[in-house]
Design a protein around this ligand. Sequence first.
Ligand code: ZN
Length: 140
Amino acid sequence: MLKIKRELINQIADQGEKGYPYEICGFILGKIDYENNIREALEVYQVENQNKERANDRFEIDPKDYLKVEEYADSKGLQIIGIYHTHPDHPDRPSQTDLMFAQPDMSYIIMSINKGKAGDWRSWELVGEKFEQEEVNQID
Ligand SMILES: [Zn+2]
């Protein structure tokens, strides 16, 4: 389960609208309770989408950004608990490419941006070799 503040969702929505018609992406930082499988989101950290050719339907994260964010998270006593990205004019369901790069024990938030306006979003987690919708506890 993912616990996330409304404020963080608003930040993703804002970034997604600004980045439209391209996909934007970033990291979700927070804490993981492995025993109860609860990830608590405390910050979002946008990074550049490295896929320039197909930025409207693909995203790629530079390994350097990965390291940078990991260091930042460490310095604040947080962990990378997930990755978020937007789907401009597409539903908030993961694509085949999303599945290919997915890792276990992470939350994948996908937000649909319709004609420039933030729409539905869901969080997904890898269960076996498939994505399943993750339960979300949105807090104020
Ligand atoms: Zn995607």
